[in-house]
Write a protein that binds this ligand. Structure first.
Ligand code: HEC
Ligand code: HEC
Length: 374
């Protein structure tokens, strides 16, 4: 029995590593198993600036390891030739657990997601994936790595291999083990201070944050993987939203590329999940994002329109608007309504969110943006 287990560990060294405290079992697709060589190859591809039309932008430009895999403090991402997109770069940390990728869930998994930025005109700006395969075909180190990982000669390397390696690398970027995890999952009373504990109570009760940013019995991803309209972007659009939605459907029926449309047209971006599934009930709906390492990734929301965690809580406290007097969209999700939190409770909630930072991510983060609070 013992011998058999040792044998299995030797065969699957990566799989035998336990997930950090607070995270569920890592889902790995059966047709793309994790191996150390594949992960190293994916790391190199993720950082290769030659895979952009200007030779200056890589995945890591917008998902920088020293910025918790975002481009904080930019509100929206900047790609080739300083072109700006419409959306705030979500972290790649723990994206391996997402049931869909992108703010609007238009991509099913990491392998599929990775093909899009190369071709987006405001991201890496290539017309086709061919130039990527050309760079690889001329690079001896890449050829050797692809042969070792996938058993293919340089002529047989395809985008499918490239995307699989990138996804395998991304699956190693998982982070838990925060003060909150020690408090909640290991029962270490002192892992949170009094203010953070009060904030946790608000998160669970008066704030009702946990109804969307969910916590399970033995792990927490802080997302229900669903889409909700919480009043970001859509409030400003007001009555323009219906004609906008209608004209987008027409453009889509004529073949408009959804990935390009939502990242190049700010108003179209605010249509959210609707742009993907054409459901009016999803107008302005966005995927509930994780809250892990949130203190490191300001500004916030799909359009980067809220500067601080305090602004975020005030937005919720007002029932879906930072400015109390702003008219709120009729498409707002049922779960969003005024909370009547006190100033103290608002501060406490911010403190609680700051306890969701993983120590190793904090250590590798260059602090250009100041942390808030205490
Ligand atoms: C120019 C900046 C930029 C570049 C380059 C870029 N991304 Fe992103 N990334 C973004 C933005 C912005 C989004 C959100 C877009 C959306 O939701 O519509 C995003 C979304 C993602 C997501 C989804 C995360 C989630 O929580 O849904 C993943 C994963 C990701 N990018 C990985 C990559 C990979 C892999 C590459 C390289 C092949 C890459 N990105 C290149 C800016 C960038
Ligand atoms: C009805 C579901 C729902 C509830 C309730 C909810 N959220 Fe959210 N949260 C979301 C969605 C959806 C987004 C993204 C919205 C967007 O970008 O348009 C979000 C975004 C955030 C963000 C920004 C994340 C980022 O990466 O930019 C923070 C922080 C946040 N919520 C904290 C909270 C707190 C604190 C509460 C409780 C006061 C709360 N949320 C209640 C669904 C919810």
């Amino acid at each position: 029995m013992k011998k058999k287990i040792l044998f299995l560990f030797a065969l699957f060294p990566i799989l035998s590593i336990a997930e950090p405290l607070g995270l569920p079992k890592l889902p790995v697709p059966s047709d793309n198993p994790q191996t150390p060589e594949k992960i190293a190859l994916g790391d190199r591809l993720f950082n290769d600036i030659r895979f952009s039309s200007t030779g200056k932008v890589s995945c890591a430009t917008c998902h920088a390891p020293d910025k918790a895999f975002t481009d904080s403090p930019l509100p929206v991402s900047v790609g080739i030739n300083n072109l700006t997109g419409t959306r705030n770069a979500p972290t790649v940390l723990n994206a391996a657990y997402n049931q869909t990728q992108f703010w609007d869930g238009r991509s099913p998994d990491l392998e599929d997601q990775a093909q899009h930025p190369f071709l987006n005109p405001v991201e890496m700006g290539l017309a086709t994936h061919q130039p990527i395969l050309k760079v690889i075909a001329k690079d001896k180190k890449y050829q050797k790595a692809f042969r070792k990982v996938f058993g293919v000669s340089s002529k047989k390397i395809t985008m499918e291999h490239v995307l699989k390696a990138i996804a395998a690398f991304e699956r190693t970027q998982i982070s838990g083990n925060s003060p909150f995890d020690h408090y909640y999952f290991s029962g270490k009373e002192n892992a949170l201070n009094a203010q953070e504990k009060r904030g946790f109570e608000v998160f669970l009760n008066e704030g009702r944050c946990v109804s969307c940013h969910t916590i399970e019995q033995d792990n927490a991803l802080f997302t229900d993987h669903k889409f909700h309209n919480i009043g970001i972007g859509v409030n400003e659009l007001g009555e323009k939203i219906e004609p906008l939605a209608k004209s987008f459907l027409v453009a889509k029926s004529k073949g408009a590329d959804v990935d390009i449309a939502v990242l190049t047209q700010p108003n179209t971006s605010h249509l959210g999940r609707f742009a993907v599934n054409n459901q009016l009930s999803d107008l302005g709906g966005f995927k509930t994002p994780t809250l892990r390492n949130i203190a490191l990734t300001a500004p916030y929301m799909h359009d980067g329109s809220l500067q601080t965690l305090r602004d975020v809580v005030v937005h919720y406290n007002n029932g879906g608007a930072l400015d109390k007097n702003q008219p709120i969209t009729p498409y707002l999700s049922g779960g969003i309504r005024p909370l009547n939190l006190s100033e103290q409770q608002i501060d406490d909630l911010v403190s609680f969110m700051e306890s969701l930072t993983s120590p190793e991510i904090k250590n590798q983060t260059k602090t250009t943006n100041q942390e808030h609070g205490s």
